[in-house]
Each structure stands twice: as C-alpha cells, then as structure tokens.
Design a protein around this ligand. Structure first.
Ligand code: NAD
Length: 490
C-alpha cells in the first residue's frame, strides 16, 4: 500500500484527525493506496497558507517573467518522469497507460503555454481628450484560487487551472477527487523540485466535506471547478459565503451528427474515439450519434463490428484498447440506466454487460444502443461510460433540432464533406467546442467549456489568464487645476 499525504504550506502532512481514504485499483479491485481525509481545519490551514503566501510572501513581488520561469520548471519536472505519472494515474483510475503516459507529457506543454503568457498580462490606456484625466487599467491577481478536479484527466484539468492562475500571480489550493488523488499527489511531489515559495501551491485531499469547506472558505477569491452538475449545484450556494468568482466545467451529452456524404471509415474511427476511448469517461464523449437515414445501416453495422472487437483488459498493457471504469458506482449507474432505457424501448445492439472474461475489475462492454427517439434515459443522461446511443434523422433541420434537444451543451461532432453545411452546423449546434470530420483533438491554444448544464466559463486559450485577474481602473488628473465643484460628478 502506498500512503499519500497532503501538501500544505510546503510540508507533507496527514489529516489532523489521522483519517484516511482507501483507493481501489479498478482493474484488480484491490486497495492500493491511501489518501488523507482532510478536515475543515486542514482546509483552513491550506487556504490560510495560500493567503499568507499571496499577501505577504515573495510570490507577489516576482515579475511575470520570473513567474513564467517557475512554470517552465514545473513543465520540466513533469517531463522528467511521465512514466511515473502515467503509471500512477492508470493504477488509480484504470485509464490506459498508453494514454496517461502521453497525457503527462502533454500536460507539460500546457505549463509551457501558460509560462509564455505570464509576462504578457497587460492593461489599457484609452485615448482621451487632452484635458481629460489619463485613464489606466491594470490587471491584478485575485488571491487564493480553489482548484477542484475530478478523477478523470486530473493532471490535465489541474494544469488548465494552475497554469493561468499561477501565471497571473495567484496562489492555489488544489483538491483532487477522493476516488483517485494519487496522480495529483505524485505530480505535487515532482514539482517540489521547481522550488516555488511555500504556500503558493497547496494540495488537500478528501471528499464532499473537504470540497464544501474549501468552496465556502471566506479567504477563497476564485473557484475553478470541474466535475458533475449535481456537485456544481452545491458549490454555487457555497459561494454565498465568500462571493468568490466561479467557473464550472461540467458534464455533457455531446451529439455527433453524420451526413450521408461523409467518409464512412473516418466516421467509424471518429465515433469510436469519441465514445470508447478512455472507456467513455470523458466530459466531451460523443455519446449521442445522429445518423442520416441513407448511411444508418452501414455505419451501425461497422460500429457494432468494431465495438465487438475492442480489446478490453489490463490498462497497463499497451495492447489494451479499453480498460475498466474508474468506480464501481459508475458501473452500477450504467447498468441501471440501460435497464431503464430498454424498458422505454431502447434496443441494445452490442455489449450491455460485464465482459465474461473477467471475474475481477470494473469492466463493462463497449455498448451500442439503438433509440427511435431521444426520450430514453440513455439519451438524456451522461453515463460517463462506453455507451453510445444511435438515432436516425432525415433532414438537416431534424438533425439540428435533435442535436440541440439536450440539457447539456458541451461538445459535438459534424461529419460531412459539404463545407457549407459543416459551417452551418458549427454555427448553430449549441456547444463550447465542435469538431468537423474529426473528434477528441485538443490544444492549449483554444478555450474549452460549455453552457447550459455543462457549466460556464472557459479554460485554456489566450484569454484564460484574464479569468484569474481583476481589472482596476485609475484616473489621473492631467490639468494641474484644483478639484472643481465637489457636488458634480465629472
Ligand atoms: P464529482 O462532481 O463527483 O467530483 C468532482 C470533484 O468535486 C471531486 O474532487 C469531488 O471530491 C469534489 N466534490 C464533491 N462534492 C463536493 C462539494 N459538495 N463541494 C465541493 N467539491 C465537491 O465528479 P466526478 O465523478 O469526480 O467526475 C465526473 C464528472 O466530471 C462528469 O460529470 C464529467 O463530465 C465531469 N468532467 C468535466 C470536464 C470538463 O472539462 N467539463 C472534464 C472532466 C470531467
């Protein structure tokens, strides 16, 4: 068993009541690590350390260039051992090692990106009349940022919060998921070598209580949350205590719309990538497939064939294509929704069960479900698993209506060779990110996020850094004259 501690004010420590959470390897169902279960007192210590580092520490005195150099060092630390980070995340979450290893390296690139932004934060000087005051706007860091991430893609989701927040001069309390905190804690150990001043980055571990203590803490100025919509509904009222600025990256039920002129082989690969990669545990999963009636049968046939042949197995094995689900609760949830949906008329075309070959591990078969309309729960709810709903459409307007008939609006895909149609749909499908003739491609350079029940705010991209700053405007009299009539606003 590995015993992971928390990181507060530059020190590794256990929870003040010595309570631990046991983490289970989803591929073996064996306990493999423990995390501290932070109390409200521990959270208070972490937030206070971050606030002291912000208000009174060295961090505030650094130039953007110097902060950028620290971020570069973080990137180098991450790059020094992507295998360790990958192996840890895979053991804790079941995500494929061939992806977690790559992802750790990719994460370093995000810190590089934000390192390059740290010295480019700037305000404005609007041109005003000669005798009017000179007006300056400047951007200032906010203070303590609470960064809360789920267990899936935790290093990436931490990077898109820590990168811009640190580049802008804020300090951090990071909270990973109680289901799988190990990769974030290994990352924290690794980046100690970057030598950031104590208290600039703090990591607390725990579940809902720890999260609630953090989001309601009066010294927190900004909350950047990624997770489920029901958790977000608890965080929104928590901010009544601190009026902290909030961004919410939540779930999705993203449509993939395929027209009859699309390249079928490309569609099959794109759809498989969108729903079966990472065992479907992605906020951007393309879980609602809308197929034009002319190509419906051929695409469904090919998808079923591919899905049946996906190699399920040990997530550490480079030959495996799909690992287990990260938690038992997810598998039970998927099974419940499938049962309910079949009773509502949905038809399982392949999968739908636990694979027979495994008597251990939270595995679930790649599943394709045919639905005549969008009423079954499987089309309505985010399953966060390898389950694809397939629906048929005739006309463009029908496809558009179906695509937008969801309480989520996170991502989506459009497959067509007709560029005008692709643009029409890209304009009108409600989503924060759309892929045309591809899926599951990402870049630090562009924003990421959704609307409706998928949340609000954007992460990554050139503007993300501004979300971790406040604007201050300053008026400077240039006339040299005494202040005139005090009862008239000018
Ligand atoms: P979750 O909402 O259960 O947990 C997310 C985080 O919130 C965890 O750290 C958890 O401990 C914490 N938390 C729980 N209760 C809290 C509370 N009351 N106050 C504050 N924090 C609390 O989500 P999950 O099951 O870990 O992750 C899956 C969800 O995350 C899915 O809905 C998925 O779509 C979403 N997600 C979104 C994105 C995105 O970028 N939009 C990316 C990945 C995952």
């Amino acid at each position: 068993m590995k015993n992971y501690e928390m990181y507060i004010d530059g020190q590794w420590c256990t929870a003040s009541n010595n309570e631990n959470i046991v983490s289970i390897n989803p591929a073996t169902e064996e306990p493999w690590a423990t995390f501290s279960n932070a109390t409200a007192d521990d959270v208070d210590r972490a937030v206070t350390a971050a606030n002291t580092a912000f208000e009174h520490g060295e961090w505030r005195k650094l130039s953007g260039t110097q902060r950028g150099q620290y971020l570069k060092k973080i990137a180098d630390c991450v790059r020094s051992n992507p295998e360790l980070l990958g192996q840890t995340e895979t053991t804790d979450t079941g995500k494929l090692f061939r992806e977690t290893r790559w992802q750790a390296n990719n994460v370093a690139g995000f810190y590089d990106f934000f390192a390059g932004q740290a010295d480019k934060i700037k305000g404005d000087v609007p041109v005003t009349a000669d005798n009017a005051p000179l007006i300056l706007t400047m951007r200032e860091p906010l203070g303590v940022v609470a960064a809360i991430v789920p267990w899936n893609s935790q290093l990436h989701l931490a990077a898109v919060k820590l990168g811009p927040a640190l580049a802008a001069g804020n300090t951090i309390v990071l909270k990973p998921s109680e289901q799988a905190s190990a990769a974030v804690l290994e990352f924290t150990r690794m980046i100690e070598k970057a030598g950031l001043p104590s208290g600039v980055i703090n990591v607390v571990t725990g579940g809902a209580e720890c999260g609630q203590a953090l989001t309601s803490h009066p010294l927190v100025r900004r909350i950047s949350f990624t997770g489920g919509v029901e958790t977000a509904r608890k965080i929104i009222p928590a901010t009544r205590n601190n009026i902290a600025r909030l961004s919410l990256e939540l779930g999705g039920k993203s449509p993939v719309i395929v027209f009859d002129d699309a390249n079928i082989d490309s569609v099959v690969n794109g759809v498989i990538a969108g729903i079966f990669a990472a065992t479907g545990q992605s906020c951007a999963a393309g879980s609602r497939l809308l197929l034009h009636e002319n190509i419906y049968d051929i695409v469904v046939e090919k998808l079923v064939e591919r899905a049946k042949n996906i190699r399920i197995g040990d997530p550490m094995d480079d030959n495996t294509q799909m690992g287990p689900l990260a938690t038992l609760r997810q598998r039970e949830n998927i099974e419940r929704i499938l049962k309910q949906s079949v009773a509502m008329g949905a038809k399982i075309l392949c999968g739908g069960s636990r694979p027979k070959a495994f008597n251990k591990g939270w595995y679930f078969e790649p599943t394709i479900v045919e639905c005549v309309d969008q009423s079954p729960t499987v089309v309505q709810e985010e399953l966060f698993g390898p389950v694809l709903s397939v629906l048929r459409f005739k006309t463009e307007s029908e496809a558009l209506e179906m695509a937008n008939a969801s309480r989520f609006a996170f991502a989506g895909g459009i497959f067509t060779r007709d560029i005008a149609r692709a643009i029409r749909f890209a304009r009108r499908v409600k989503a924060g990110r759309l892929w045309v003739n591809t899926y599951r491609v990402t870049s630090a350079q562009v924003p990421f996020g959704g609307s409706k029940d998928s949340g609000y705010g954007r992460e990554s991209g050139l503007d993300a850094i501004n979300d971790f700053t406040d604007i201050k405007s300053i008026f400077i009299d240039t006339t040299g004259e005494p202040v005139a009539d005090p009862f008239v606003m000018r």
